[in-house]
Design a protein around this ligand. Structure first.
Ligand SMILES: [Zn+2]
Length: 309
């Protein structure tokens, strides 16, 4: 059986944020430690080059990319918005993250690997076409979807985002593209305060599923079975991208949903089975949020393990 590719670069540890910031490099350190301990036989570690300007332009304006480049600090950490910070290696780290996703897509399309997970930071799903926000700089998954369509000439791409926050950036990048279906399940009325049911994209290509605080496993699984999977089947994508955030876990202080590790395994299994039956088994998943270090690492490793099975 073909292996799952795990994309990772040590530079992801060098995106430095102020003390006490939840999106810090301990997140990746905990996950890596857990992966090494698990000693998976079907996992291949991979690295990639930074995405070039033309790739970044698939999701962002020239003006925005140039603006970010000019901000790059020599030594200090600078504040981009309320909770988004840039250190000297931040942009390089974000660009390598996008590079990893693009390389993962190439390798899965060429069937060198069965599927892939990109263990990266900073995350991407809050970055809009012209705006860094919510710890994010580049719309990694949005760029991935555009890359599949414009460079790889696929017709239809689906993205499922189960991070507890609405993927406003991915939505912004894909809003006008009827060939990209973006599905986001998230807690209502928390950051970034978007993602209502009536935000549906240019041609019904955005499906937002806001849930209330306290949303439990039963609700989560019912949404997977009765809303997400049927919509994917109807859309008939050729490739599935996943924005995998684990901050909806019941122990994660950043949200009030009561989801469990077994729910993340559940959605991963269902998405895998969908991809296996309907889109040539082609899945690439990217890390987004998750701030309870222990639970993030066990949930993320379970997600990777489920991709490998
Ligand atoms: Zn999140």
């Amino acid at each position: 059986m073909k292996k799952t590719a795990l994309y990772y670069s040590n530079i992801f540890l060098e995106h430095i944020v102020p003390n006490g910031h939840p999106e810090n490099n301990n997140r990746i350190k905990f996950i890596i430690k857990n992966i090494i301990k698990s000693n998976f036989k079907n996992l291949k570690f991979k690295n990639a080059k930074p995405a070039n300007h033309n790739i970044l332009k698939l999701g962002h304006t020239e003006r925005y990319i140039n603006w970010l480049s000019q901000l790059k600090p020599a030594k200090e950490i600078i504040k981009i918005d309320q909770d988004t910070f840039m250190s000297p290696k931040t942009l390089e780290s974000a660009k390598i993250g996008v590079g990893c996703l693009v390389d993962a897509i190439d390798n899965v399309l060429e069937k060198k690997y069965r599927n892939a997970f990109c263990l990266l930071r900073p995350p991407g799903h809050h970055a809009e076409r012209e705006k860094a926000m919510g710890f994010c700089f580049f719309s990694t998954i949005g760029i991935g979807a555009k890359y599949l369509k414009k460079i790889k000439q696929l017709y239809k791409i689906a993205i499922v985002d189960f991070d507890v926050h609405h993927g406003n950036g991915t939505q912004d990048v894909l809003w006008n593209d009827p060939d990209c279906l973006f599905i986001s399940i998230h807690q209502d009325k928390i950051f970034p305060f978007t993602g209502s049911k009536n935000e549906t994209g240019i041609k019904n290509n955005i499906l937002n599923i806001p849930v209330n605080a306290g949303s439990n496993s039963t609700e989560f699984r019912s949404i997977v079975d009765n809303i997400i999977i049927p919509r994917l089947i109807k859309f008939e994508p050729e490739f599935l991208l996943i924005s995998a955030g684990f901050d909806g876990h019941q122990d994660d202080q950043i949200s009030q949903t009561q989801w469990a590790e077994s729910d993340f395994i559940y959605i991963t299994k269902k998405l895998k089975s969908f991809a296996n039956q309907f889109c040539g088994d082609r899945i690439v998943s990217c890390l987004e949020g998750g701030y309870h270090l222990e639970k993030l690492s066990t949930c993320c490793v379970s997600h990777i393990k489920t991709l490998m099975e």
